[in-house]
Design a protein around this ligand. Structure first.
Ligand SMILES: [Zn+2]
Length: 317
C-alpha cells in the first residue's frame, strides 16, 4: 500500500508542516519524506521506555529503529544543513541534519550508518530526499538498522526528543505506511538482564555511591523499562534494588570462555543432574564453551552444536 504524498495532501496541517531550507532560492518543501525506500524496512524498536536490547544500550529509546538491509540508501527526511557527519559514542557513525520546521529548529539524527561522512560533510546543505548515508550496524547495534531521532530546538543540551512516528506522520510521511512489517508496540512490565562480569550494585547512579552488593557474572537481574540515569541502570538483584553501570548489564548470558574436557567419555546431559538424559559423550581435549555456571558444580555449555550440562570439575582452562 503505497501512498503518494503531494503538495496539499497534508490538508489541515499544511501550514504547520512547511519546511524552509534557509538557503535563498532553494525553495520550500511542504512535507517530509521517508528516510528509507518503501517496503525496504520494518519497524523494530519504538521510541520510549524499553528493555536494553544489547549490553550497554539505552533503556529509554530516543528514536525509532527501522530494520533494513545493510547498504540501503538513507535519504534526508527534510532539507537542511548537516551539523554532524562521522563517529559518535553509541551510534558508531551518525549524520545529523538541522532543518527549519515547526516554527523553530528540528534536528534529524540518523544513527548506526555505515560511514557518516561518505556522502555529506558538516556544514553542507542537503535537499529533502537526498542520499546522506547507508544503513549499517555501527556502534551499539545488534543488526543493520536505521536509528532515527527527531530533536526540537537543539540537538542534545537544551533540546528534547520527540517520537519520530507521530512526527513523521504529521509531516506527511508516515513511517508505518511505508513499512514492510512492524513489531507490535508493547512495553514489557519488567526486563530480564544478566551481569556481564563481577560488578558492584550501588545505592545510586554513580561510582561515588555506596556498594550494596558485589554481584558475580551471569547473575539474573530484573528492571523496569526506562529505569536509568545516563549510563546507569536501576536493577533488582535478589530482592535488593540498586544501580549498575549499563556496560555490565546484558539481556543475555556472557560466555566465560573456552574450557577443555579432561577425561574421556564426559557426559553431556539435558539437565544439571546425573538423572539428565545423555546427549553426547565428550572426548579428552575437546573444547567447550562454558556459558552459565549453575548450582551444584554443573555448567551449561555449547559443544558439537549441542547445548547441555557437564560437571565442571572435568573441565580445565
Ligand atoms: Zn535505536
Amino acid at each position: 500500500m503505497r501512498r503518494i504524498i503531494t503538495t496539499g495532501v497534508t490538508l489541515g496541517v499544511a501550514a504547520a508542516v512547511a519546511f524552509t531550507s534557509g538557503v535563498a532560492g532553494a525553495g520550500a518543501a511542504t512535507a517530509a519524506v521517508r528516510p528509507l525506500p518503501d517496503k525496504s524496512y520494518g519497524l523494530s524498536s519504538y521510541y520510549g521506555p524499553r528493555c536494553m536490547p544489547i549490553r550497554g544500550a539505552s533503556t529509554y529509546h530516543l528514536g525509532q529503529d527501522m530494520s533494513a538491509k545493510k547498504g540501503t540508501p538513507i535519504k534526508s527526511v527534510a532539507p537542511g544543513t548537516v551539523v554532524k557527519a562521522g563517529s559518535a559514542p553509541g551510534f558508531g557513525q551518525v549524520v545529523v541534519v538541522r532543518s527549519n520546521a515547526d516554527g523553530g529548529k528540528v534536528f534529524a539524527v540518523y544513527g548506526h550508518v555505515v560511514d557518516g561522512d561518505k556522502y555529506v560533510k558538516a556544514g553542507k546543505y542537503v535537499k529533502r530526499g537526498q542520499r546522506i548515508a547507508d544503513v549499517g550496524s555501527s556502534g551499539t547495534s545488534t543488526a543493520p538498522h536505521l536509528h532515527l531521532e527527531i530533536w526540537k530546538r537543539a540537538y542534545k543540551g537544551s533540546g528534547s526528543t520527540t517520537d519520530p512516528l507521530p512526527w513523521m506522520k504529521n509531516h506527511g510521511a508516515s513511517l508505518t505506511a511505508g513499512a514492510a512489517w512492524a513489531y507490535q508496540r508493547v512495553v514489557p512490565k519488567s526486563c530480564n538482564y544478566y551481569t556481564t562480569t563481577t560488578v558492584n550494585l550501588r545505592s545510586g547512579p554513580g561510582t561515588g555511591y555506596r556498594v550494596l552488593k558485589s554481584v558475580k557474572v551471569n547473575r539474573w537481574l530484573t528492571a523496569k523499562p526506562g529505569a536509568g540515569s545516563g549510563v546507569w541502570r536501576k536493577v533488582n538483584y535478589g530482592g535488593t534494588t540498586g544501580w549498575m553501570h549499563a556496560n555490565y548489564v546484558s539481556p543475555g548470558l556472557t560466555s566465560l570462555g573456552t574450557r577443555y574436557v579432561e577425561v574421556n567419555g564426559l557426559r553431556l546431559r539435558s539437565k544439571p543432574s546425573t538423572s539428565g538424559k545423555v546427549l553426547d559423550s565428550l572426548s579428552k581435549g575437546e573444547a567447550v564453551k562454558k556459558i552459565w555456571p549453575t548450582s551444584n558444580g554443573w555448567v551449561k555449555v555449547f559443544v558439537n552444536g549441542k547445548q547441555g550440562y557437564v560437571y565442571a570439575k572435568y573441565l580445565r582452562k
